[in-house]
Design a protein around this ligand. Structure first.
Ligand code: NAP
Length: 448
């Protein structure tokens, strides 16, 4: 029997479990740990609430979760035992798990914001996207964020799909959230928002955006907001032919936005403005953010180079969407510069692996994690066969259960989750699939 522990129940975690099942069939027992009592990681708390079709992928994970040889072990934090959660402490340590399972695979994603690291980044109403997205998606850690939306300009830093998600959520009307699972507190706050302008700030140009065409196209179909692109920022159309097809389509959208007539904009309440060649340098304000200082850039060999020309954009809210970092775990080597576990193609230490964003950083689509999951299981299988892994017989889940009982760890099972899910569906507003619990204690109460 193979005993596999997967830490993290997001896409990378469930694809890895699926791969283990395919590889070993009845000869494997997989435990998927999550620090939250609810599964699916980024699918629940990262994917935009108005992108329900993307969230539908969790049905595939449920098939894996419901098989007898895969178990969800929720509400268990892996970290230094006894250190307290604020200090990276946990219920069970990596060393303990390595002693119990043949392989421990970290699928913990990249849940921390890459810091902006500039003067003023500690001002009020400046948030990273992990926090802001967590707020409108009901992540227990960020549900209490309470951003102030009473000013008129939000600046969104970065030109990736997360920046697009954030800009779109800020620009939508209440009706446009029908059918979404945006949490009630965020919907209420957004409906009372006084924003008139959302500026998307990119340090490079239209040819260097990271936004994918389908997602970018949505910005052209909002009911009270229209995108604005300055035609002067667009490179010669002939140069688009040199682009990779996805980016080329995105740039075609930008060209369409640049051609939107002012008469169309006149009926719109919110301007969503693309500010290219604009590198943020400092956040300004007394206590709360009031403006952002930006340096004009030019592109040199694909890189943004400062021109020495500075200007300010008045900003009542700033959200930086510039990428994520993995949370370190005590006892696991960490690559500080890259912001993820130090690993060689997924191998960290004997019997310890990583997969998905925890291995390669925050890039790619949800589906990218599937081959990643299958790849790490091939690696575990090869290491088991070659005898690279210590050969002591492991107790696996029975050993963890003993430890959990001795330590009084309150484990949430997949069956418990199904009760929480039912309770969330039962309290949903009309047309919505669920109203998420945003508090861990509330989630746990809902299963009882
Ligand atoms: P991303 O695609 O890597 O984009 C990050 C953006 O931040 C880039 O425009 C980057 O500009 C900019 N940036 C980085 N550091 C900066 C700095 N110091 N100052 C100014 N700008 C800076 O990351 P993401 O948007 O967080 O998305 C993460 C992954 O999730 C991506 O693979 C994305 O496609 C995926 N995702 C997909 C969807 C979807 O499909 N619907 C939704 C959300 C996220 P440079 O290029 O100049 O570095």
């Amino acid at each position: 029997m193979r005993h596999i522990a997967i830490i993290g129940s997001g896409p990378a975690g469930y694809y890895t479990a699926e791969a283990a099942q395919k590889k070993w069939g009845d000869e494997v027992r997989v435990d998927i740990f999550d620090r939250l009592p609810v599964p699916y990681g980024l699918i629940r708390t990262g994917v935009a609430p108005d992108h329900q079709s993307i969230k539908g992928v969790s049905r595939r994970y449920e098939q894996t979760a419901l098989s007898d040889n895969v178990r969800f072990v929720g509400n268990v934090t892996v970290g230094a035992v006894g250190a307290g959660q604020a200090n990276g402490g946990g219920d069970v340590s990596i060393e303990e798990l390595r002693g119990l399972y043949d392989a421990v695979i970290l699928a913990t994603g990249a849940p921390r914001d890459r810091p902006l690291d500039m003067p003023g980044d500690g001002l009020r109403n400046v948030y990273g996207s992990a926090a802001f997205v967590g707020w409108y998606n009901g992540h227990p850690e960020f549900a209490g964020l309470a951003p102030d939306l009473s000013g008129d300009t939000a600046v969104v830093i970065g030109m990736g799909n997360v920046a697009l998600d954030v800009a779109r959520i800020l620009a939508k009307t209440g009706e446009e959230f029908t059918g979404s699972d945006i949490v009630g507190h965020a919907l209420e706050a957004l409906q009372a928002s006084k924003l008139k302008r959302v500026v998307i700030l990119g340090r490079r140009g239209p040819h260097q955006i990271m936004m994918t065409p389908k997602e970018l196209g949505e910005l052209g179909h909002l009911s009270r907001a229209a995108p604005r692109v300055d035609p002067a920022d667009l490179p010669d159309e002939g140069d688009d032919a040199l682009l990779e097809p996805g980016i080329r389509k995105s740039v075609t959208h930008l060209r369409g936005f640049a051609a939107i007539p002012e008469s169309f904009r006149a009926d719109m309440e919110i301007d969503v403005e693309f500010d290219f060649f604009a590198a943020p340098k400092a956040l300004l304000g007394e206590g709360k953010v009031e403006a952002i200082e930006v340096e004009r850039t030019r592109i040199d060999g694909g890189r943004a180079v400062g021109t020495g020309e500075f200007y300010e954009i008045l900003a009542s809210l700033v959200i930086s969407c510039i990428g994520y970092r993995t949370s370190p775990i005590a006892g696991v080597p960490f690559d500080e510069r890259a912001g993820r576990f130090a690993n060689d193609e997924g191998r960290i230490l004997p019997g310890l692996y990583c997969v998905g964003w925890a291995r390669r950083g925050p890039s790619g689509t949800i589906g990218t994690n599937r081959p990643d999951g299958f790849g790490v299981i091939d690696m575990v299988a090869a290491d088991l066969e070659s005898g690279t892994l210590p050969s002591a017989s492991r107790k696996g889940r029975a050993g963890f259960d003993e430890l959990a009982q001795a330590r009084g760890i309150e484990v949430v099972t997949f069956r418990d989750w199904k009760k929480i899910e039912e309770a969330e569906a039962a309290r949903a507003r009309e047309g919505a699939p669920r109203e998420k619990f945003v508090d861990v204690a509330e989630m746990i109460r809902a299963r009882d």
